[in-house]
Design a binder for this molecule. Structure first.
Ligand code: SF4
Length: 694
């Protein structure tokens, strides 16, 4: 503002960085954005923001931004700038050629949790109606798909049960596999405020994350479990609840299937599931675990908040269901102050899942094999749809390596940097004949692309994002798209080049279609969003202004469903060659693979990924803070600087994945969640050794 002068106009929009969904006033002088001011009426942030959101516009006019479409015949050739018309016609012709040669199922698309609901809905429609198959997936595959599976199975729908405000009624807050201070900073402030008022805190995490001890907050219990043993810890907590008579049987009889509960209670109540018996597995002090379980069950309103430390495991879906079991067994669901709350990472991961981006589900989580639902979409779209679920991202890559999957349209995701086992991802991409990357920058995946379609930032488009509390919020165009088109227009252009004849003139018309076809969005429209500011789905005749808290008086599926979740150790084992366990996470100033934050002032706060090591492990290897170290696993190796800290337990190492120079996912494994294929990013057996640097 100092340099550019006072703003002349302002537009209220939603931050595009994380699942908190803070509202900002974007202030302009002429065509230049001069500052982002947190909006006092924002329901998710009430006038607050974090440092990341404050600078969320720096990357929009970064010099590396690509503004013209480009094509090349092979990945060894230089890019050639072309018109939008030529790029889209060429993309459509390549997709048609490949389908004619290799079959209907040989192509697919990937949507992004960074994009709006409307853009995401169009990509899945393009794949289903235009490609003629269900080979569509979303980057939620690699983070939140177990939440979808676990919460739908137990409660009936894939969503957090509470609004953020509910935390103000919580008496006991259990944080498991999440680091709210870094991952969800503005909501973390609200949580900390409640803790300073006296609510008790339980933290289940291999690291001593910031919230365990922070000014005026000391966690009642920190359970520093061995990475990969979430299910064992939750089973031991359930054991205490059941065997010490702490279950809320009145709630269970009224709201859940009693016979299922009995079966589950017999399972967790078995002596082999006591905290003491499981301690050699979990490495958690049994007395501490018992005390934590008693506190959660008897301390008043118990609210659980969880993150990717729950989902990104070979038992991710089991862990989500184990959490749901614990909440149901203690009656901590269906009112203010309690619940099961996934702290969603990306700005629109809830929305991208809601919009039917999964290969087995239409919008609103309805299976593609359901005849009535499919007929509804077929009638509206005027095409026959495939009743068979399509390929997930890892299956697409496997099929590409096997030579039967040949083309991929990727909107807003850098799978080469973000997905596990980089070498396998690269092999899959290299085996395809047409990779279409639709993004802001020439990201790592674009190294394997044949067609590059420039994307638009959240400042250059209209639409909606849905945050972690199911809150649908407007994204409003602050400036004209620098590349000439909003992302939904690019997808529409590709659809029309394929002959689909779409004629949307504004994203509000896409939302009208979503509402027409999706019962949980039936009452949502841009006009109502302008009137109310935001809406939490479900929003329909039963709840015309939305639903802050879910499952009041009954679960979406009817009776709450207890699922026996047996602890199964991951196949990723430590041994003499790889004796340490690596787990990964994020830092406040950076956002995921850093495509945006690395191109803003944020870089100065966190210019590289660091490897956290316990002093004992570091000393054993002759390493100290600032030294270079080689990090090696069975999948690959990379080089990072060391940070010696007792925040991690002996035997555990930790790093972030924000910088392509590190490529942390070179070392992660091919193991994934049994139900959803969500990669097991959080457990990798590694060795660390001194190095001279990269
Ligand atoms: Fe943006 Fe999340 Fe920070 Fe809010 S907490 S300003 S949504 S990054």
């Amino acid at each position: 503002v100092k340099e550019l002068g006072m703003p002349e106009s302002a537009t209220v929009t939603t931050c595009a960085y994380c699942g908190v969904g803070c509202t900002f006033r974007a202030e302009m002088k002429g065509e230049q954005l001069v500052r982002m001011v947190p909006w006092k009426d924002g329901k998710a942030n009430r006038g607050h923001s974090c440092v990341k959101g404050r600078f969320a516009w720096g990357y929009a006019n970064h010099q590396e931004r690509i503004l013209n479409p480009m094509i090349r015949a092979s990945i060894d050739e230089p890019w050639r700038e072309v018109s939008w018309d030529e790029a889209l016609t060429h993309a459509a012709s390549e997709l048609k050629r490949i389908q004619a040669k290799y079959g209907r199922l040989s192509i697919g698309g990937i949507t992004s949790s960074r994009c709006t609901n409307e853009e995401t809905f169009l990509v899945q429609k393009l794949v289903r109606a235009g490609f003629g198959n269900n080979n569509v997936d979303t980057c939620a595959r690699v983070c939140r798909s177990p939440t979808g599976y676990g919460l739908k199975t137990t409660f009936g729908t894939s969503a957090g049960t509470q609004d953020f405000e509910s935390v103000e009624q919580a008496d006991v807050i259990m944080v498991i596999g999440a680091n709210p201070t870094d991952g969800h900073p503005v909501f973390a402030s609200r949580m900390k405020q409640r803790l300073r008022q006296g609510a008790k805190l339980i933290v289940v995490d291999p690291r001593r994350i910031d919230i365990v001890h922070t000014p005026h907050i000391d966690a009642a219990h920190h359970l520093p479990l061995r990475p990969g043993t979430n299910v064992a810890v939750l089973t031991a907590m359930a054991h205490v609840v059941v065997t010490e008579g702490l279950a809320d049987e009145a709630f269970i009889r009224e709201r859940c299937d009693w016979d299922e509960y009995r079966e589950w209670a017999a399972f967790v109540g078995d002596p082999k599931h006591s905290p003491e018996t499981l301690a050699p597995v979990t490495l958690v002090d049994p007395q501490e675990l018992r005390a934590a379980a008693r506190l959660y069950a008897t301390g008043g309103n118990g609210a659980i908040y969880y993150g990717l430390g729950v989902t990104e495991h070979s038992q991710g879906s089991s862990t989500v269901m184990a959490i749901a079991n614990l909440a149901m067994a203690t009656g901590n669901i269906g009112r203010e102050g309690v619940g099961v709350n996934p702290l969603r990472g990306q700005n629109n991961v809830q929305g991208s899942c809601d919009m039917g981006s999964f290969p087995h589900e239409y919008s609103g989580y309805r299976h593609v094999s359901d005849d009535a639902t499919r007929r509804l979409f077929e009638t509206d779209w005027g095409v026959a749809l495939d009743p068979e679920p399509g390929l997930r991202i890892p299956n697409m890559l496997d099929a590409a390596v096997d030579g039967v999957f040949k083309a991929l349209y990727i909107q807003g995701e850098d799978i080469l940097q973000s997905d596990p086992n980089t070498r396998h991802v690269a092999a899959g991409l290299a085996a395809m004949e047409c990779v279409i990357v639709h993004d802001l920058f020439l990201n790592e995946t674009a190294n394997y692309a044949h067609i590059f379609l420039p994307g638009s930032t959240f400042l250059e488009k209209n639409g909606t994002f849905t945050n972690a509390e199911r809150r649908i919020q407007p994204v409003r165009k602050v400036m004209a798209p620098m590349n000439g088109l909003e992302d939904w227009e690019v997808t529409q252009g590709l659809a029309n080049a394929l002959g689909l004849g779409w004629s949307y003139t504004h994203p509000s018309e896409i939302m009208d279609e979503i509402a027409r076809l999706t019962p949980t969005f039936a009452g949502v429209s841009f006009a109502k969003l302008d009137e109310l500011g935001s809406i939490q789905w479900p929003c329909n005749d039963a709840a015309p202004e939305g639903s802050p808290v879910m499952h009041i008086g009954g679960f979406v599926r009817g009776k709450g469903h207890f699922v026996v979740t047996d602890y199964v150790p991951t196949d990723e084992k430590t041994g003499p060659r790889y004796p340490l366990l690596l787990t990964t996470g994020r830092i406040l100033s950076q956002y995921n693979v850093g495509a945006q934050t690395r191109r803003t002032a944020n870089t100065v706060w966190h210019p590289e990924d660091l490897l956290e090591m316990h002093p004992h492990d570091a000393e054993e290897r002759g390493l100290k803070t600032g030294d270079w170290a080689k990090l090696a696993s069975r999948s690959g190796e990379t080089t990072l600087r060391v940070l010696v800290t007792d925040r991690v337990a002996p035997g555990v190492t930790y790093t972030t994945f924000h910088h392509p120079a590190t490529q942390a996912n070179v070392v992660t494994t091919e193991y994934s969640d049994w139900a959803t294929n969500c990669p097991e990013y959080k457990v990798t057996a590694v060795q660390v050794a001194p190095s001279n640097g990269p």
